[in-house]
Ligand binder design. Structure first.
Ligand code: GRF
Length: 212
């Protein structure tokens, strides 16, 4: 089932990140520029103290939280995240370079309410260094995927993908940079689709509901 958007209440995003935060910043910019009407960032949470994305969120004046995950049991760390996200009345959790697997308890706490972006055309090249994996494999088309998060790595129902050709002149670095440009478009588009609520998830398939 899709979300049931309330036109009077903005959809509140909880962003989880561990690093640079360029996908978060693209979403924040698109909200500021009016490209995601009725969506707001409720809180930006990092599990890494010196994540540049966390300081960028502070610079933007957004609410932030830090829960260092290193050496903590996954379930304990995730329980802190769940209560923080609930405190901020988060409707939709967006993983934006969040480099830690979520516990089953976390996924159950936000059923079909967690999105992730992955820099490959899934199901090809899940896991780390997806762009390098794709380059080394010699694919001719690469891209990114925004999907719902389930209990398996880089696996849930796909909302959208954006593809680009791999150029003769590419190396893994230039390919990653060109995929990142697509990521910044794709994540906002996926949030917009989910915020619109006109969809169903049938098995693995994300299906846009026909509008009358
Ligand atoms: C992106 O490539 C994203 O697809 C992957 O992690 C990277 C995060 O980059 N999940 P950024 O922190 O959003 O710049």
């Amino acid at each position: 089932m899709g979300t049931t958007p309330n036109p009077n209440q903005p959809l509140r995003l909880g962003i989880l990140l561990s690093g640079r935060g360029s996908n978060f910043l693209a979403i924040a910019r698109n909200i500021r520029e009016g490209k995601l009407p009725n969506v707001e960032i409720a809180v930006v949470i990092s599990n890494v103290a010196d994540a540049p994305g966390l300081s960028a969120a502070k610079d933007l004046g957004l609410p932030t939280a830090l829960y260092v995950s290193k050496a903590r049991p996954r379930a304990d760390h995730d329980a802190d995240l769940i209560s923080c996200l609930r405190d901020y009345n988060v409707d939709l959790v967006c993983l934006a370079g969040y480099m830690r697997l979520l516990s089953p308890g976390f996924i159950a706490a936000f059923p079909n309410r967690i999105l992730n972006i992955h820099p490959s055309l899934l199901p090809a090249f899940p896991g780390l260094d997806a762009q390098q994996q794709a380059f080394d494999y010699g694919v001719k088309v690469a891209g990114c995927t925004v999907h719902f998060v389930d209990e398996h790595l880089d696996h849930g129902a796909i909302i959208l993908q954006r593809a680009i050709p791999v150029l003769e002149s590419d190396d893994a670095h230039s390919l990653s940079e060109r995929i990142l440009v697509e990521e910044h478009i794709a994540y906002t588009e996926a949030v917009s689709r989910v915020a619109g609520g006109e969809y169903e998830i049938q098995g693995r398939r994300y299906i846009k509901r026909a509008t009358a």
